[in-house]
Write a protein that binds this ligand. Sequence first.
Ligand code: UD1
Length: 325
Amino acid sequence: MLKIMSIAGARPNFMKLASIVRAVEQHNNTSSGPVINHIIVHTGQHYDQKMSDSFFVDLGIPQPDINLEVGSGSHASQTAEIMKRFEPVLLEQCPDILLVVGDVNSTIACTLVAAKIEYPVGHKRRRPIIVHVEAGLRSFDRDMPEEVNRILTDAISDLLFTTEELCLSYLQREGVAEDKVHFVGNVMIDTLMQHVEKADLSIIREQLGVDRSYALVTLHRPSNVDRLETLEPLVDCLEKIAKRQLVVFPIHPRTKNSLQTFGLYQRLEDNQDIIIAGPLGYLDFLNLIKNASVVITDSGGIQEETTVLKVPCVTLRENRNARLL
Ligand code: UD1
């Protein structure tokens, strides 16, 4: 028997985890290889029903076996809290493999714990083999918390599973040995393809009152939403777009906090041509992407999804690199 522990913490992790859960189930049903005991740990970085639980339901992921319930905090306190709460779990469970996805604070926190853990004497290994799924992506902008998380996670993982072949050259430049890197494809897009038809059944457009063609907007990057100097021009811009085209804007909690703090929320709420909503479930949001005339976003994952669905996408990021992840 092989014990694999997967970590999920924040919204973009859940769609990646879904394909891994399915692959493990398939393996256990069909393969003659060792049975996999798959343990899911949710760090609780995202905890709202709409930011977390609804994804487990929409994507058919079993409830996490363990929830660390860390909640929000500064980068340092959130990362530290995850590490503190994860260490005893890892020592108790002693998985053979620790599987981390993406680049959020939960990813680096759990990887760092696993890289230094010492399993109890007599255990067959000293620590788990650490596998990073979605390794090797770089924006080359170290002001982004995610870029720091990616570089560090890749540096201390044992196996690096990449979504595209270019990642190997980025990793080699950082001194990573080629034999650690495996080009496996994109688990987030696997999940997308599995759910794309189901998303047609969503009635979200009726529920939101979307009656004509629309631009779908998402914003959550600290560099866009945490300061008035960047957020206000973006709101001006949305108002200009709304004069020509209906805007649908499901608002991330971080962005809502900032809009309210800076007194910008009311402007959006009062605009007849801007439909605002809270965070949406996976299938509802997928339905909105599929039917949008354009998507305007600062999310790395949504850029990939729109590319696959062939929906035009405008990226609201400062980086000028080809891969804006
Ligand atoms: C995190 C990830 C980012 C990812 C994003 C998707 C890091 C460094 N960032 O950013 O890469 O693209 O998730 O959403 O890990 N909040 C709630 N309810 C929740 C979760 C958060 O209200 O369930 C609010 C809290 O006020 C919190 C804020 O949102 O302080 C930000 O949450 P946090 O997890 O710190 O980072 P994100 O901006 O969501």
